[in-house]
Design a protein around this ligand. Structure first.
Ligand code: RB5
Length: 155
């Protein structure tokens, strides 16, 4: 399934570079904008990607200048766990421990190679479940009600 991705104007060059490089590796993307250099408001694009993830897409990617504004906006959605990534290590651990479902990157903070490694690790790493499932349920009333990850908590 195409991965929903979006950026504001500051994130556009990194988003375009990511899509081009990862498409060459066989991934496909649903680019929800922005598509030009005009100044736009990052929450509009964060909410668009969150709507896709809330609708059933497993992951989304958001890019702004720092990644921080996108993450703040995305994390206002119940059931969204957005992490700002600066490394593949953070990407791996936020998938394994936090079951993060949106990766946020800062185009003014990192180069394309670090961003690519982070996204590859994010997409490849499964959630570990167990004790982490219990912790997610304490974060998120939606998960507490639905047991949405399906993983069985351990003592
Ligand atoms: C845009 O100038 C910038 O504020 C935005 O891309 C982002 O970094 C906000 O968190």
């Amino acid at each position: 399934m195409p991965i929903p991705i979006a950026s504001d104007h500051a994130g556009l060059p990194l988003k375009q570079a990511l899509v081009a490089a990862l498409a060459a590796e066989g991934l496909s993307f649903n680019d929800l904008g922005t598509h030009g250099p005009e100044s736009v408001d990052y929450p509009d694009f964060a909410h668009a990607v969150c709507a896709k993830v809330e609708g059933g897409e497993p992951f989304g990617i958001l890019v702004c200048g720092t990644g921080i504004g996108m993450a703040i906006a995305a994390n206002r959605h119940p059931g969204i766990r957005a992490a700002v990534l600066h490394s593949a290590t953070e990407a791996r651990l936020t998938r394994a421990h936090n079951n993060a479902n949106i990766a946020c990157l800062g185009a003014r903070m990192m180069g394309i190679e670090v961003a690519l490694d982070a996204i590859r690790a994010f997409l490849a790493t499964p959630f570990e479940g167990g004790r982490h499932e219990r912790r997610l349920q304490k974060l998120d009333p939606v998960l507490a009600k639905q047991g949405a990850t399906g993983a069985k908590p351990t003592p």
